[in-house]
Structures are given as structure tokens and as C-alpha cells.
Ligand binder design. Structure first.
Ligand code: ADP
Ligand code: ZN
Ligand code: ZN
Length: 660
């Protein structure tokens, strides 16, 4: 009796053997129903085999699921196998996680075909700028695996480059996968692509799609019917039998990194997939990840430049730095910024005030006894949310009512310290009573739908002043927006996290890029106590390359990525001692001893040591060689799996962590 190896949603690093009557290569990539434990499971056949390490008599029997789906293509498994090995994640779980929920149910839901949208009338293509034309000429769509990095300032027309490349892939009969950050996948983008290619099938894939829609789009991709898939990070695992082109927009964006379960980077996997498929891949950004920039510098990626805005009337806005040591502040806002906002109001233009801190104030405190609003479950403060009359933990969601008096000494005069977007909003409203102010942050915008409504209100001119967090920084065109003010940037300058400057610079460049996108000239005003900081000099010069080379030099000297490769082992438990003891045991395992070119650091509590009543600790593993690290990790992980741990202890390995 022939044997099949089946992927099952089980947290183990192996596949499961079953008997299957007349099993043949055509079964590979198809779903089967198998007995498992006391019940049944749906799995996917990954391979057929002649023999098993288990006695044949012990192998249970799988049953085929009869449907009209094509089998999952081999490259789908290739990518998932790579991901599971590279990120130390269980293979079966990894494979099954890539399938839509409906395909994994023992009693599958009724499948309905969706509405087919009427094709819009084709929009004319703009004449390419000279820079765009040069980029497109330099990219060979049919020449096998070549990684390209498109460095294009905000508004330089990167999207038009994507559209032209898609056009070429379509002409070759190929599918394109365009990955975008979570927040950028809006119907506007979809509509823009649809309008360019009205005859083609364009589908979106993201986590907020209704289950049925997600399954339908996924199946369109698998059947080769979808010509273009627009998706967020999870769509990197979409089966695409005709895939010919991979595009990653805003490739530096943190949302390409999955932060739980298998902690993968969709951007990095995109490169792997392009190499496996032998197809070109293009990364686009105005502020590339330093890893990508380094890869362009060392010649691994081909670099292309768009240094001018596509619309010749839309100039990059000048950036002005306000030294707040010299200027009196009112509620954290300097008079020149206030004057600039007033000026925009008089002209009927929009302003955006960027403050990357939501809530009313970051903490409530009692000046008499020193009490502060601390989360009982986390090593963090409760943030004051006036709008909801509560104190809220931004890490675990814990909520409490705002007390009238100090809980320890009874003092009635407790105060909210510092400023968040809500406080800024209400203060600005007092300054400009007639202005229409719109706050845009995670509290005001909780779902994709609300985000879309918010965007259309802004576009519809329903706001004079926008107060917002980084949500507002991402690639959206607001034609009447001519002023961007930045508050509270200094906190990130001296953060313990050495990636903070990279993130801050990207954020500031993005948010600055919102000003002056159309005919009206824009201006950016940044308040800081450190006007001489090199980061601001690079911002004023709008000079990402010099910022990047500075940062890369510092990283090379300090021995940080991309000049070293890292993995983190994290443990969490109700008691810190248990978490640390587990990590200490991990260090002393024989598998961890005397490894050439692997450094294992001491276990330490995490920067935020307590989250939702769990104590968290971690240790860093480093190597100058990625292959060495990759050789080390599986053996170490297997040894870790044998360790006996306290019942409530959880641990995981993260490869290429973004936060450490
Ligand atoms: P980016 O993604 O680089 O920030 P976009 O692709 O959004 O820039 O383009 C910025 C603006 O320039 C958009 O309004 C777009 O329609 C316009 N645009 C892009 N390419 C051209 C072109 N070749 N000619 C005229 N306008 C263009
Ligand atoms: Zn008190
Ligand atoms: Zn908390």
C-alpha cells in the first residue's frame, strides 16, 4: 500500500505518514481527511513515499477530498518549507496556516461565487517622466531572478513604475504579487490598479477580508485566474501558478514582519520566493530598510533612483527646525507653528500636526505623594483617555476609571502629565474655535472600514487641521495639505532601541512627504531640543542616502545587523525566575557549547519585563555568518524541546528580530 506524507496543523516539526489507496504524484498538493488522535483532521499531501519509518501496519488510512481544486503547486511547498526551516516553525502548522480557514474544516462551508465587478473604463496612462522611463528600461521582466531596489522620494511616482511593470507581466501571461503595508491596502489603491487594467482580474488579500471573500480570492489565485494579487504580508504565501513578478511597496514598513506565531518577514520571504521562481523582484521605498540599502551598496540589489516628484509643480517641501530651547511653548506647541497653522486656516488649506502618541496624556500622577497610574499587569503606565473617561494600558488593554482623587493619599489635585493626540486636539480646538479638527489615531480609527471613511472625509475637505499619529504618515495624497508640524520627535532620538533612529527618520520623511503633493507648495516644521542632531540635518536636506550611510557606519562599528545575524530566544512565565532559569538552561545545553562563530549572550529581562501578568526574559544569539546561525538553530531548538519546563512557561525563537 503506498504511503503519503501529510502536513497537519500540529505544533511538531514533522509530517505524518498515512496509507492512501493508489497514491500517486497527482495526490501531492491535495487535501485529505485523516484520523488523528481520537478525531479527524484535514491535511495536505506534501509527498508520496514507498516506505515509512513506522511499521506499515501502524499507519492509518487517509481519504481523499473530492473537489475541483487544482493541487497546491510545488513552489508553494518550497517556500513554506523554507520558511518553516528558517524561522524554526513547525512545518505542518506553517503549511496549514497558509490555507484559508474554509479549506481546513471537516465540514466545509458552502462555497459561493462572488459578485463579478463590472470593469471600469480604462484610465489613460500618464506620460512617463524621464526618471520613470529610465527605471522601467533598466528592469528586465523576463530575465530571471534579479532583485531591484527602487529608491524614490515621496510623490516621485513609484506606483506608476509598478503599474508599467505589471503591464509587462500581463503581456507575458504572468501573475503579479504586489505586497503593500497593512494600512496602504485601501480600495483606492485597488481601484487605481483596476482602472488601469479593466479587463484583468485583480484581487485583494488581507486579514480583515470576510472569510468567504478571502477564500474566493485565494482560490482565484490558485486557479491562475487572478492576474494581480494585492496583499498584505500574509499574501506572500498565496499559491500562484503563473507568478512572474513580485513587487513590495514601502518595503521598509514594519507591518511586513509577523509578530506572533511564526515570526516571519514577508519582505525577506519575497526575495526567497523570487529566487525560487527565478523571477524579478522590485522593492520600493523613499526610506528603504537599512538592510536593503546595504544590499544595494554591496551590489546584491540593483538600485534605481526617482529623485524628483512626478508632478513638476509638486515640489518637495522645505523643512524648518524649531529649536524649542529658545522658544516659549504653550501646551508643547511653539508660536511659529501656531502662526503657520493660522496662516493655513486663513488660506483655506489643510495642516497636519504629527504626534506619535495617542491618548490624552501618557500618565496620571499625584504631585503630593508621587503616585502614578501604573498598569497592574504590565511594566507600563496607564494612559489617560479623556474621551472614554478611562485609564488604559496600551500593551494589555487593561482599563480603569479615572480616579477623582489620588488612590494613595486622597489628594484631589492629581494631574495628567505629558501630551497625547487627544489633548493636542482639544487644545488646538480652543485656539482655533472655528476650525474643523480631525484626530486620526488607533482610537479614532479601529478598523479598515473606519480608516477608509476617515480618508474620504479628509479628501472631501472635511478637515482644516489633522492631528494624528504615524497612521497619517503613510502614502496618501491630500491635495490641500500644505503644512506638516512635528511634535515629540525627540523621544526616539535617545531610545534604548538602536533601530529607533531608523524608524524615526522614515516616519518623519513619510509624514513630511504629505505636504505639497499637488500644486500648492508645502512646508514642514519640526520642533526639537536637539536641532544639531545629524538626523535633523539629513531631514532638512531630505537626504536619505547620507542618513543611511551614517547609520550603516555606526552599525558596522557596533557590530549590529546587517553586519551580524541575530536570533532571540524568549521565555515568559508568571515568575521571572522561571523564565531566566529556562534561558540559563538553554545557554548551558551541550548543543550550545563551543560553537564556532556563534555568540550566546546572557539571559536578561526584556525591556518591558512584564506584560499581561507574565514576566518576560530573552537572550540574544549572534553570528557573523547566516549559514552558521542557521546550522546552529535547529539543533539547539530540538534540544530545547527536550527540556522540562514549568507548566506555564512558554518560549519561542525569533530569527532576524526587529526589536531586541
Ligand atoms: P509615490 O508612490 O512615489 O509616493 P505616486 O505613485 O503616488 O508616488 O505618485 C505621486 C503623484 O504623481 C500621483 O498623483 C500620481 O498620479 C502622479 N504621477 C505619477 N507618475 C506620473 C507621471 N508620469 N506623470 C504625471 N503624474 C504622475
Ligand atoms: Zn497622592
Ligand atoms: Zn497592561
Amino acid at each position: 500500500m503506498p504511503i503519503v506524507r501529510v502536513a497537519l496543523d500540529v505544533p511538531l516539526h514533522r509530517l505524518f505518514d498515512y496509507q492512501l489507496a493508489d497514491a500517486c504524484p497527482a495526490d501531492v498538493g491535495r487535501r485529505v481527511r485523516v484520523p488523528f488522535g481520537r478525531g479527524e483532521k484535514i491535511g495536505v499531501v506534501v509527498a508520496t513515499a514507498e516506505s515509512s519509518e513506522w511499521p506499515l501496519a501502524q499507519l492509518k488510512t487517509a481519504r481523499r477530498i473530492e473537489d475541483d481544486l487544482p493541487p497546491l503547486p510545488p513552489d508553494f511547498f518550497q517556500l513554506l518549507e523554507f520558511a518553516s526551516t528558517y524561522y524554526q516553525a513547525p512545518l505542518g502548522e506553517t503549511i496549514m496556516a497558509a490555507l484559508p480557514a474554509g479549506l481546513k474544516r471537516l465540514t466545509p462551508p458552502q462555497r459561493r461565487s462572488g459578485r463579478t465587478q463590472r470593469p471600469p473604463t480604462a484610465q489613460p496612462r500618464p506620460q512617463l517622466t524621464a526618471e520613470q522611463a529610465a527605471v522601467i528600461d533598466a528592469i528586465d521582466i523576463d530575465g530571471g531572478f534579479v532583485p531591484h531596489l527602487l529608491f524614490g522620494v515621496t510623490g516621485s511616482g513609484k506606483t506608476e513604475v509598478y503599474l508599467r511593470l505589471i503591464e509587462r507581466a500581463l503581456a507575458l501571461g504572468q501573475q503579479t504579487l504586489l505586497l503593500v503595508p497593512e494600512i496602504n491596502l485601501t480600495p483606492q489603491l485597488e481601484a487605481r490598479v483596476r482602472a488601469r487594467f479593466p479587463e484583468q482580474t485583480i484581487v485583494a488579500l488581507h486579514s480583515e477580508l470576510a472569510e468567504a471573500a478571502r477564500e474566493r480570492h485565494w482560490l482565484q489565485a490558485l486557479r491562475g485566474e487572478a492576474d494581480v494579487v494585492l496583499g498584505t504580508r500574509l499574501s506572500i504565501f498565496t499559491p500562484l501558478p503563473r507568478l512572474g513578478l513580485l513587487l513590495v511597496d514601502e518595503e521598509h514598513d514594519a507591518s511586513f514582519k509577523q509578530q506572533d506565531g511564526m515570526r516571519y518577514s514577508a519582505r525577506d520571504l519575497a526575495i526567497v520566493r523570487a529566487r525560487q521562481q527565478n523571477i524579478p523582484i522590485l522593492f520600493g521605498s523613499a526610506t528603504p530598510a537599512l538592510e536593503s540599502w546595504a544590499n544595494a551598496e554591496n551590489g546584491r540589489y540593483r538600485r534605481h533612483f526617482l529623485l524628483q516628484r512626478a508632478n513638476p509643480q509638486a515640489q518637495l517641501p522645505p523643512v524648518r527646525i524649531l529649536d524649542t530651547r529658545q522658544i516659549k511653548l504653550q501646551e508643547g506647541v511653539a508660536e511659529p507653528l501656531l502662526a503657520a497653522i493660522r496662516n493655513r486656516l486663513e488660506r483655506g488649506e489643510q495642516s497636519l500636526v504629527f504626534l506619535n502618541r495617542r491618548g490624552y496624556a501618557p500618565v496620571l500622577a499625584c504631585p503630593a505623594c508621587g503616585w502614578i497610574s501604573h498598569c497592574q499587569r504590565c511594566a507600563a503606565n496607564l494612559v489617560v483617555h479623556r474621551a472614554d473617561h478611562c485609564l488604559r494600558c496600551h500593551h494589555c488593554g487593561f482599563e480603569a476609571r479615572i480616579p477623582r482623587a489620588c488612590p494613595t493619599c486622597g489628594n484631589q489635585d492629581i494631574q495628567a502629565f505629558g501630551r497625547g493626540t487627544q489633548r493636542l486636539e482639544s487644545w488646538l480646538q480652543e485656539q482655533f474655535p472655528a476650525a474643523r479638527i480631525l484626530r486620526v489615531d488607533r482610537d479614532a480609527v479601529k478598523s479598515r472600514k473606519q480608516w477608509e471613511e476617515m480618508l474620504s472625509r479628509i479628501h472631501g475637505g472635511e478637515a482644516d487641521i489633522l492631528v494624528g499619529t504615524q497612521m497619517l504618515a503613510k502614502g496618501h495624497d491630500f491635495p490641500r495639505l500644505t503644512l506638516v508640524g512635528v511634535l515629540g520627535a525627540d523621544a526616539a532620538l535617545f531610545a534604548a532601541d538602536w533601530r529607533a533612529p531608523e524608524r524615526l527618520f522614515a516616519q518623519l520623511m513619510q509624514v513630511a512627504g504629505r505636504a505639497g503633493r499637488a500644486e500648492l507648495p508645502g512646508e514642514v516644521i519640526v520642533q526639537t531640543q536637539y536641532p544639531d542632531h545629524p538626523l535633523f540635518a539629513a531631514l532638512v536636506a531630505q537626504d536619505y542616502p547620507s542618513f543611511a550611510s551614517n547609520q550603516l557606519q555606526e552599525r558596522a562599528q557596533a557590530g549590529f545587523p546587517p553586519y551580524t545575524f541575530q536570533a532571540i530566544l524568549r521565555a515568559e512565565a508568571p515568575q521571572m525566575a522561571d523564565a531566566l532559569a529556562f534561558l540559563q538552561a538553554a545557554v548551558t545545553l551541550p548543543e550550545a557549547a563551543g560553537q564556532d562563530s556563534i555568540s550566546i549572550y546572557d539571559p536578561v529581562p526584556m525591556r518591558m519585563a512584564r506584560l499581561a501578568n507574565l514576566e518576560r526574559a530573552q537572550l540574544l544569539v549572534e553570528s557573523p555568518s547566516r549559514p552558521a546561525l542557521q546550522q546552529f538553530l535547529p539543533r539547539w531548538r530540538e534540544a530545547l524541546e527536550q527540556l522540562r519546563t514549568p507548566r506555564q512557561l512558554r518560549w519561542h525563537i525569533e530569527v532576524d528580530p526587529l526589536e531586541c
